[in-house]
Design a protein around this ligand. Structure first.
Ligand SMILES: Nc1ncnc2c1ncn2[C@@H]1O[C@H](COP(=O)(O)OP(=O)(O)O)[C@@H](O)[C@H]1O
Ligand SMILES: CCCC(=O)OP(=O)(O)O
Length: 356
């Protein structure tokens, strides 16, 4: 028996959709969203119908009968911290996605849309390796402020998928490798993978690590406190500076690294050039930190995510961190396939679904 699988991957700057028959891709589509397009919506949940219409339209454009699907799987969002694996979108999980128990991010919509479409046609819905997968070592949880422990929010699905892909291509078990994986998408995550666990990673959402197209990354905390109490901004406005309107958006008014590259190197925009170099500098610096986490014994550094398509970004980062370990580039991500495989493992009985 084969399974037809609808895969839904909402990112902060994109919606990626795929339909698979078992592991065979029937069709896929990536729709990129500008900040202008997305910021029309007052909340993540308010984007649901907009993103659902994209899915329905893509199925129709491919003459695909939605009723022939066997399962729907979505990227998992800001739930409570949980172990990696495949989870049915239960009522409890759905409720937490709607609230966003650890915050607001487009990935909250993955499970919500999988469940809604699944219920409409009477098929099961799942999420796989959500962004809250937490494998941090105890030592990595200290921040210096006891009330503010460091937490694990990152591109868990793709970080795990590319790490396992590297292990497979090199005929080595994933849990015997020490890897640094750098995902450069709307957010940037830099993870230290040791013995099959992500023992440290920057909180990709909330002011930690390098800046990214949409996020501030780590900011000077004292200055941030002053800004918060300056009376000039609401809480929401301050938070948007960290998540949504930070990073490339804040400096240059775009979340598109291709646009920044064009401004910097074709149009002679000096600030864009400086921001481009600052981006690669910050990413390289975080890789250096994760090399220390791994005691300097790093088998491979993997660069992935949409920005890894840029040779110029890759070359600049490589020139700074090449001394640590060799680099492998997996541009884009393996998230659609990873979601498919997670759903299939449960549908075929190879793995038991976890309970949220
Ligand atoms: N060929 C490319 N060169 C440089 N940047 C790219 C390229 N393709 C996509 N990007 C950038 O990658 C970022 C989005 O990455 P992606 O992994 O798709 O993000 P997300 O899933 O978070 O929406 C955007 O800034 C986009 O401009
Ligand atoms: C919430 C962590 C994952 C993340 O940042 O994803 P995007 O790059 O898709 O925003």
């Amino acid at each position: 028996m084969s399974y037809k699988i609808l895969v839904i991957n909402p990112g902060s700057t994109s919606t990626k959709i795929g339909v698979y028959e078992d592991e065979i891709l029937l069709f896929e589509e990536t729709l990129r969203h500008s900040t202008e397009e997305i910021s029309k919506y007052p909340s993540i949940v308010a984007q649901k119908d907009f993103r659902k219409k994209l899915i329905v339209d893509i199925l129709a454009a491919n003459d695909f009968d939605i009723k022939t699907l066997d399962v729907a799987v979505g990227r998992g969002g800001l739930l409570k911290p949980i172990p990696g694996g495949t989870y049915p979108v239960s009522d409890a999980l759905l409720a937490d996605l709607k609230v966003g128990v650890q915050g607001q991010h487009a990935s909250n919509l993955g499970g919500i849309l999988a469940r809604e479409i699944g219920d409409e046609i009477g098929i099961p819905s799942y999420i796989v390796d959500p962004v809250v997968v937490d494998e941090l070592a105890p030592v990595a949880r200290y921040s210096g402020v006891p009330e503010l422990p460091r937490i694990s929010i990152f591109h868990a699905l793709n970080q795990k998928a590319v790490a396992k892909r590297y292990a497979k291509e090199h005929d080595t078990p994933y849990d015997s490798l020490s890897l640094i994986v750098v995902h450069m998408g709307g957010g940037v995550s830099v993870g230290a993978h040791k013995n099959g666990k992500v023992i440290d990673v920057n909180n990709t959402l909330d002011g930690d690590g390098p800046f990214s197209p949409e996020r501030s990354g780590g900011v000077p905390a004292g200055q941030l406190v002053k800004l918060c109490f300056s009376g000039e901004y609401t809480q929401d406005e301050i938070y948007k500076k960290i998540n949504g309107k930070g990073g490339l958006n804040a400096y240059l008014g775009t979340n598109d690294m291709r646009e920044v590259t064009k401004m910097a190197f074709e149009e002679g925009h000096k600030e864009a050039e400086a921001v481009f170099h600052a981006f690669t500098y910050q990413v390289a610096k975080e890789v250096g930190a994760m090399a220390a986490v791994l005691d300097g014994k790093v088998d491979q550094i993997i660069l992935t995510g949409g920005i890894a398509y840029s040779e110029q970004v890759v070359d600049e980062i490589k020139s700074k961190i090449g001394f640590i370990a060799p680099l492998t580039i997996y541009a884009g991500e393996d998230e659609l396939l990873a979601l498919t495989q997670g759903a299939l493992r449960v549908m075929t009985g190879e793995e038991k679904a976890l309970e949220y």
